[in-house]
Design a protein around this ligand. Structure first.
Ligand code: NAG
Ligand code: NAG
Ligand code: NAG
Ligand code: NAG
Length: 396
């Protein structure tokens, strides 16, 4: 009976193992970025109703022939992914990764995938890009892509470099024909830029040995600075001049013009032409022309006023006083006083006015009258002027 049981067991073992064999995980894929590696796989849930777990291991490829132990990364996980990031895989090493499914105490076959980070892991774009205007150029400060331990990827990828695409927002808003600069430096001064222009920049990490290229960073835009061109300064000057003119001078000018128009309207500086004035003064009764003035006396008055007389110069009127000849210095003094008076006091203006009105018939001042006027003047002088004058007048 023991033997029979053993035989049954022997017979049934291969059959059960065949029947219970689980399908392998499928479509092994590595999701990588810099030094972050995640192995994923597909599993058809309809294969088994029970909970399935997966076991993931890895081994350096060179150890395969030595039949060394596999390193366990994920033990009986229920997820269809396993993170290798913490496994310290050497970046330039080549590894064999394997995964199998387990359900109801039955394991699937291992599924292997070869993985070399240097060759297969994707490169990330610079995590940070800073633009700063440096005169009429832009300085681009590029942060290296980071490893899982926040180190620079240049530690692993020595020949990492950056491709910088930049374009002027005004000339090429869509960035269809960007300028290209390759540099492995973290501080790049973009060439061929213009002052006071907006530029947009996108950057890509590149590694030529395995033709690796990252995605591009988000576009970042910045305006260049630079010395203000002299032409621009002149333009600003002109514009400010025009604005000043418009704001200040134009209203003043308009006001002045308005004032001039008013003045010319009510106080015309140009007299009417002589023939028109004659016509206006024409008072002959036979004339059937319209007349402004109807009264004959007024017309005569008007014509009288039009009579042109030679202007009487005040100073020439005054002859030496007819009295007993005073000392010559008094004569000069008095003459001077008169001249001064004509300048600052109104005494002579009345007299001058009468002299000018002489054209209406009065004769220029006679010497007799002049003596009176001199005496009057002397009295006024005494009141107005200092003691010197008084003394002179007394002497006079
Ligand atoms: C594996 O990938 C192929 C193609 O993408 C797909 O048709 C298949 O369904 C995937 N396998 C599983 C188990 O999802
Ligand atoms: C990976 O290296 C870090 C330090 O470099 C260490 O703390 C960690 O245990 C290592 N992980 C493995 C799986 O060896
Ligand atoms: C721009 O970069 C240059 C070197 O490329 C450096 O000499 C200069 O100081 C930088 N200017 C600014 C404003 O960062
Ligand atoms: C990289 O690309 C070039 C052409 O684009 C090709 O000739 C070369 O073989 C590629 N190298 C690798 C490692 O894929």
């Amino acid at each position: 009976m023991n033997v029979g049981f053993a035989l049954v067991l022997l017979w049934s073992l291969p059959i059960t193992s065949v029947l219970a064999e689980l399908p392998q995980p499928q479509n092994l894929t590595l999701l990588t970025l810099n030094t972050q590696y995640v192995l994923t796989w597909d599993w058809d849930q309809t294969t088994t109703g029970n909970a399935v777990t997966f076991t993931v291991e890895y081994m350096a490829k060179y150890k395969m022939k030595m039949k060394k132990d596999w390193s366990l990364v994920c033990d009986r996980t229920t997820h269809t992914r396993c993170d290798f990031t913490g496994s310290n895989l050497t970046y330039i090493g080549t590894y064999m990764l394997r995964v199998r499914a387990s359900a109801d105490g039955v394991n699937s076959h291992w599924v292997c995938i070869e993985f070399c980070p240097d060759k297969n892991a994707l490169l990330g774009p610079p995590p940070r890009v800073e633009l700063a205007p440096a005169g009429n150029q832009l300085n681009v400060t590029i942060s290296d892509p980071l490893t899982s331990t926040q180190g620079s990827m240049k530690k692993h990828v020595i020949s990492l470099y950056y491709r910088i695409l930049y374009w002027s927002l005004s000339d090429d808003p869509q960035g269809l024909k960007p300028k290209v600069v390759d540099s492995s430096n973290n501080l790049v001064m973009l060439p061929e830029q213009e002052a006071w222009t907006w530029y947009c920049v996108i950057i890509q990490s590149r590694y030529d040995y395995y033709n690796k290229t990252s995605g591009y960073t988000e576009p970042q835009c910045m305006q260049t600075e630079g010395d203000t061109p002299y032409g621009q300064i002149f333009l600003y000057f002109l514009v400010s001049m025009v604005v000043c003119f418009l704001l200040v001078l134009l209203p003043s000018y308009a006001f002045f013009r308005f004032y001039r128009v008013l003045k010319n309207t009510f106080y015309p500086s140009i007299q009417l032409p002589a023939h028109i004035q004659e016509y206006l003064c024409d008072s002959s009764p036979g004339s059937d022309m319209p007349r402004l003035l109807t009264a004959d006396s007024e017309a005569e008055l008007c014509c009288d006023k039009l009579t042109i007389c030679p202007e009487v110069v005040l100073l020439e009127i005054h002859l030496p006083p007819p009295l007993t000849a005073p000392p010559s210095e008094l004569e000069q003094d008095s003459g001077r006083h008169i001249r001064q008076d004509s300048g600052d006091s109104g005494i002579h203006s009345t007299e001058g006015g009468s002299a000018q009105q002489g054209c209406s018939g009065r004769e220029p001042i006679r010497t007799d009258q002049e003596v009176d006027s001199w005496q009057t003047l002397a009295q006024v002088k005494m009141e107005e002027m200092g003691r010197d004058v008084i003394m002179k007048v007394q002497y006079f």
